[in-house]
Design a protein around this ligand. Structure first.
Ligand code: BGC
Length: 371
């Protein structure tokens, strides 16, 4: 399955978007194992744990297990490099000392796993939970559990870190609202802890994941949906993560159904899904990866036709070389917001590896439905 694309070499080089996406991701995996977020958008020339874990997962699902493992191993090495931070956080918390940005583990690193010293929001914890989850998916799908032993030190450091920080406000997956607590971030932490605990089987960890779950479920909006952040009454498409893939609730849980209704009525526009209503980044367009997520959710809940419609929209967004952007927006000529972003950082990121990865996840989910 997948859209066929011609290139200028003619018919024999026909490739589908699936193969293009796999090749693109492999070509953009650094020798260290990291994935650049986007090769053609200078501010994204780093490797994020969030993007990378989903990219690695997409490679795992599509027959590229070595690529997935190399990324997992890159994170393992990187966490080891900065492990002293976790001990220092424990010390500061025990001694009532305040924590500053530089104390936390970073959301993104250079391609060879070094911290970046700039003013981007560093304290985002979702990627650490997502890494644990991706690692356990690797073990589950390959049947090879040896990485749990090989990575045991970084697994333990990550768990200790998440245990200490999960209740603290930190930046969301869009690198915004650092003074809030975000259910979609906590879903990543929940998913990571729950899945690693299938191997570790520790009571303390199952208590921790249940505490996180209870906390989220006791902080719904007045209408009974999950909030963008605790205390807010708006919705964010990343809330889909609560059920897919992190299974904090089933896809048909009443709060999830309400949340999806809000996503459909407020954020699903002209075939694609926006991040949240107030989004101004390049005018707040429709994101490929979020459209894939809603389609994935639809597949999980048995709404195959709706998923297919989104899938068709996604495929049409690739350019003639098969590149998928981060987001799609209408003609920017009269939008000053878009023009401002273009002036500041250039055209919207394309290709975005995470967009291609979520497309690949979706292709595989569709393929697995076929008899
Ligand atoms: C997004 C992040 C993403 C990063 C790299 C940011 O604009 O908000 O979610 O991790 O780009 O793709």
């Amino acid at each position: 399955m997948g859209r066929l694309l011609t290139n200028d070499k003619g018919f024999n080089d026909l490739k589908d978007l699936k193969q293009i996406s796999i090749d693109l991701i492999l070509e953009n995996q650094n020798g260290s194992g990291s994935f650049i977020a986007s090769p053609d958008y200078p501010v994204y020339s780093y490797s994020w744990l969030r993007d990378g874990s989903f990219i690695a997962y997409s490679m795992l699902l599509n027959g590229e297990r070595d690529s997935c493992w190399k990324f997992l191993n890159w994170v393992h090495t990187t966490i080891q490099r900065y492990k002293s931070k976790v001990g220092e956080i424990a010390f500061k918390l025990a001694n009532n000392q305040s924590l500053c940005t530089e104390d936390f583990l970073s959301a993104r690193y250079t391609l060879d796993g070094m911290e970046v010293y700039d003013d981007w929001p560093k304290f985002q914890i979702d990627g650490y939970g997502t890494w644990l989850w991706c690692l356990t998916e690797y073990c589950r799908l390959t049947g090879d559990n040896s990485s749990i032993v090989k990575f045991q030190k970084s697994i333990r450091i990550t768990i200790d870190y998440l245990k200490m920080v999960w209740e603290l406000p930190n930046y969301d997956c869009w690198e915004e609202n650092g003074d809030q607590v975000h259910p979609s971030t906590l879903a990543c932490v929940y998913g990571g802890i729950e899945s690693i605990n299938r191997f570790l089987k520790e009571k303390e960890l199952s208590d921790l994941s249940q505490d996180i779950r209870k906390f989220i479920l006791s902080n719904l909006t007045e209408d009974g949906m999950f909030p963008k952040y605790i205390g807010s009454d708006s919705v964010d498409s990343s809330l889909l993560w609560l059920s897919v893939p992190f299974k904090l609730v089933e896809p048909d849980h009443p709060a999830m159904l309400k949340t999806v209704q809000a996503i459909e009525s407020k954020l699903l526009e002209k075939g694609g899904v926006r991040r949240y209503s107030e989004d101004t980044f390049y005018g707040g367009g429709r994101w490929i990866l979020l459209t894939c997520w809603l389609a994935w959710y639809y597949l999980e809940i048995g709404k195959t036709q709706k998923a297919g419609k989104l899938f068709d929209w996604i495929e049409v967004q690739s350019d003639k070389e098969g590149n998928l952007p981060e987001q799609v927006y209408e003609d920017s000529s009269n939008s000053t917001v878009v023009a401002d972003w273009e002036k500041r950082w250039g055209n919207v990121a394309k290709p975005l590896l995470w967009s291609h990865a979520m497309y690949l996840v979706l292709v595989q989910k569709f393929e697995s439905l076929q008899p």
